[in-house]
Structure formats: structure tokens, C-alpha cells
Design a protein around this ligand. Structure first.
Ligand code: ZN
Length: 484
């Protein structure tokens, strides 16, 4: 495995924002920080951080690192350096709507990671990803692969031409060579086809296995969509993912299969009748290959992106595991901040990943390490250095509990941000062909009418189902967090 030279790249924060015409201008909300926002450079630095080393820490703690072999290509040390630059344009998946491909720009580069911005939208919707992510593609990829491209807000679909857009706004597209070539993973077996049915784990409620459809295939991954539910539950996975199983798997394994929303008799769901009614086929059972168990064990150390503050990567410990996931604890922090992550999440890395890729690593919090100057405004949350903000990358820092992603008042607010696409008017949504595409594919109900889909009823239905059936393995925590 080739490890790039140790090279620190300074993170660059783009203050650029697109106006309604899609051209660059200074973002209003970034000019005037409110709510205790603090520029990152004013954050008190932790002197001890410089002297910290994994080697010494593991010896002190008598701890072991998670072996590099347990990490996938997407998690392990990158083979190439991150060549993306602030301002470059590209196409990519909206993490909150995995079926939607958008016009994106690089807003910040840090180590092997990128903060990506949706052109034409507020920077509160920006998100972090790895430079080698399979979710990003060069300009022109959608046209080439016949995917619909969601264009910057304010543009007319029939008028948007990439080259004109780049030229008019004097923008640069990200060169193709910067994107990771995934052809080494081999193509998708031809038995997997768009529109075919399978049984899949709901990653937001991992104890549920539901009726699902392959909504898209790109390179070596498929897009799982749950029949009659909205696309916020969709996810991309490879064919060996333990989350996808053949039709009939639940029955064979004594598990309850969650029928599509609106199925007339969900207790007695029949695949035979359903496949006939929807005129669809099941993916042949023989093509499913289970990947070997993930191998992570409690007490192993690793580096993990903190999802409450995704610009940060922290020293973390695996404290529990199940078949597909691991529970991470951030060293030095209270256990109330622990959470479950998928074992194949691109947000976990072997120790030394930050150092090698030139990304800052947040070392374990020790109360004595923090030196506060007299009169300095600091966040009152123990361990928090005032980096990040509950309202997303719109603000780079905070110095009060109101803005702190870790304060008790904000801990339960998982979904503070509004949905970017729901900002649009209903009329826009209805004329949006990608939404109609997913409706045509999956949400035809059994009277042949389209149902209005949204996520809340799914959880309510699940809660009811929980009451009725007394399901023991349901992830209550997850369910109720999503409900309230
Ligand atoms: Zn804080």
C-alpha cells in the first residue's frame, strides 16, 4: 500500500457563495457571523496537541490499534494525494437524497477530505467527503451515464449547459484525473438490474428488513430504494453488503419482512403476488455473496469523523460491535456522545490516517490541557474547543451552548437543518422528473394510484408495529430519536 508523503496542507475556507445567477459572491451569512460564531483562527489552541502521538498514547493506555487490514479501500490510506482545489466544479450525490446528482463545488480542502457546496444553495447544506469517494464524478458524467443532473437553483433545466455555466462565471471544472478510478473493483454482476426486487436492511433503523428495489446501478454499487417510501431512506452499497439479501431471506431466517407502505395486508405479505402485481423480477438468490465479518473488536482504537461536527476527526475507541456496525466512543469525552457507525462507513480510518493525509486529528480531551486566557469567550461544554456549529458549516465556530454541537440543549437536535430540496416549492418538486421517476418505479400503490410519500408515517407505522408485535430486536433508540 502506497502511503503519500507526510505533507500538511492548510485548510482553506472558501467564503464564496453563488448568487441567483450562479456566479460567485461573498455569502451574506458568512460576512456577519451571529449566534456566537467565531472565526476558526480565534479558537484557543491546545498546546499539548502538538506533542501527542499515537504510539505513546497506545502504550500509556495499554491499548491496541484496529489492524489496517480491517479497513476497506475507501477507509484506508489513500493511494493518491488530494488534488482538488477550492472553487473546482464537479457532479455528485446529495448525501441526504442519495438518488439525486447535483452541481457541486469544492468549498474547502483539508487533507484527503473535501467540503462540497451545492451551487446556488446556502452553505449550511455543505457536506464533507473523502477525495476518493465513489459519490463524486467529473463534470459531464451525468450526461454520459444518462443520469439527471440537478442544476443550481435559479437556472432553468432546459437552459443549463455546463460549459456555458463554467465560462460565464469563470469557473474551473475538476479534472477527470482527480477522481478515483474504481474499475479495479470489477463490474456489477449482470444479474443485478435496475427495477429488480430484494430484501434490504433499513440503515436508519437497522433492525428492520424491508421490501426494496434496485433504483440505480453505478460502477460496482447499487442504489437501494424502499418500496413506497421517500428517497431519504435510499442508500448506495456494493453487492456483497450484508444489508442486501435475496427475496425470501426473511422467511428463511425467521425475520419479519416489512411490507411496502400501503400494502393492503402487511402481516401476510406475499412476494409471489407482489412481483406479479408490480410486474417485476427478484434478483436471483444465487448471485448474493456475503462479505466476511468485519473483524472490529471492542477496545480497538481508530480515527473517526465526528458526525456532530464533521469537519473534525477524533481519536476513537470501538466499544461495542454487532454484525454490521461498531459503536464508537471519542476518547476523553462523555459516553453520551457515543454512537453506532456502519463498519463500512467511509468516515472511519486506521490510526495515522490524519497524519499521513495532512488532516488535523482531535486528540483526547484532558481538562488540564485547556489554557484559557483571561477574558476569552469559550464554549462551556467540556472538551469542546468552539469549533463547528449546530447550524452546520455556515459558521466555523461558536462560544456558547446555543451554537455548540455538543451542548445538552443541542444533543437531541439531530435534524436542525431543513431539507435542502424542501426549500423548493411543491410545484418545483412536482415538475421534477427524478422524483416522478422514483414514484413510477416504486410507489405505485395497489389501487394503481400514486401515494404521497413522506418519512414520518413510516416511523409511526413502525412504532405501531412495535406495539402490536412486541418486536424485541427493534432499535428503540434510533426509532424514537428519529420520531422526536
Ligand atoms: Zn462547544
Amino acid at each position: 500500500m502506497k502511503q503519500p508523503n507526510r505533507k500538511r496542507k492548510l485548510s482553506m475556507d472558501s467564503k464564496e457563495h453563488l448568487n441567483q445567477d450562479g456566479c460567485l459572491e461573498q455569502a451574506e451569512e458568512e460576512k456577519k457571523p451571529r449566534d456566537g460564531a467565531t472565526p476558526l483562527s480565534h479558537v484557543p489552541s491546545v498546546a499539548a496537541q502538538e506533542a501527542w502521538s499515537w504510539e505513546q498514547y497506545l502504550t500509556e493506555q495499554k491499548a491496541i490499534a484496529a489492524p489496517v487490514e480491517l479497513f476497506s479501500k475507501d477507509q484506508s490510506f489513500p493511494e493518491h494525494e488530494n488534488g482538488f482545489q477550492v472553487g473546482m466544479r464537479l457532479e455528485g450525490i446529495d448525501p441526504r437524497h442519495p438518488s439525486v446528482f447535483c452541481v457541486l463545488s469544492v468549498a474547502e480542502v483539508c487533507g484527503y477530505r473535501l467540503r462540497l457546496h451545492f451551487d446556488g444553495y446556502l452553505s449550511c447544506y455543505d457536506f464533507w467527503t473523502n477525495a476518493g469517494s465513489p459519490d463524486i464524478h467529473p463534470v459531464g458524467w451525468c450526461e454520459k451515464t444518462k443520469h439527471e443532473l440537478h442544476i443550481p437553483k435559479g437556472y432553468r433545466k432546459d437552459k443549463f449547459v455546463w460549459m456555458d455555466y463554467l465560462k460565464a462565471c469563470k469557473l474551473q471544472n475538476a479534472p477527470k484525473k482527480l477522481f478515483r478510478n474504481r474499475s479495479s473493483n470489477g463490474p456489477m454482476p449482470k444479474e443485478f438490474q435496475v427495477g429488480m426486487k430484494l430484501e434490504a436492511v433499513d440503515r436508519k433503523n437497522p433492525s428492520l428488513v424491508c421490501v426494496a428495489t434496485i433504483a440505480d446501478i453505478v460502477e460496482d454499487r447499487l442504489l437501494v430504494h424502499f418500496d413506497n417510501w421517500d428517497d431519504s431512506y435510499d442508500y448506495w452499497c456494493d453487492v456483497n453488503s450484508p444489508y442486501v439479501q435475496p427475496v425470501g431471506w426473511c422467511q428463511e431466517n425467521g425475520r419479519t419482512l416489512i411490507a411496502p407502505q400501503g400494502y393492503p395486508d402487511p402481516e401476510n405479505f406475499s412476494w409471489t403476488e407482489y412481483l406479479e402485481a408490480t410486474q417485476t423480477n427478484a434478483v436471483p438468490a444465487k448471485v448474493f455473496k456475503m462479505r466476511p465479518p468485519h473483524g472490529f473488536l471492542p477496545s480497538m482504537r481508530l480515527e473517526a469523523v465526528d458526525r456532530r461536527n464533521p469537519r473534525l476527526i477524533r481519536v476513537a475507541t470501538v466499544i461495542d460491535v454487532d454484525e454490521q456496525r461498531l459503536k464508537v466512543h471519542f476518547d476523553g469525552w462523555d459516553h453520551k456522545y457515543d454512537y453506532w457507525m456502519d463498519a463500512d462507513s467511509p468516515d472511519i480510518h486506521p490510526i495515522g490516517w490524519c497524519d499521513i493525509t495532512g488532516h488535523p486529528l482531535e486528540v483526547p480531551y484532558r481538562a488540564n490541557d485547556v489554557k484559557i486566557l483571561p477574558g476569552q469567550a469559550v464554549c462551556p461544554t467540556p472538551g469542546c474547543r468552539g469549533i463547528g456549529h449546530i447550524r452546520g458549516p455556515r459558521y466555523s465556530g461558536h462560544h456558547s451552548a446555543f451554537g455548540c454541537p455538543y451542548s445538552d440543549m443541542n444533543l437531541k437536535k439531530e435534524a436542525t437543518l431543513h431539507d435542502r430540496l424542501r426549500e423548493q416549492t411543491q410545484a418545483n418538486l412536482e415538475s421534477d422528473s427524478s422524483h416522478s421517476r422514483s414514484k413510477n418505479l416504486c410507489s405505485l400503490n395497489f389501487n394503481g394510484k400514486h401515494e404521497k410519500v413522506n418519512s414520518q408515517p413510516r416511523l409511526v407505522q413502525q412504532a405501531k408495529c412495535l406495539k402490536i408485535k412486541g418486536k424485541e430486536d427493534i432499535d428503540l433508540d434510533n426509532l424514537f430519536r428519529a420520531l422526536f
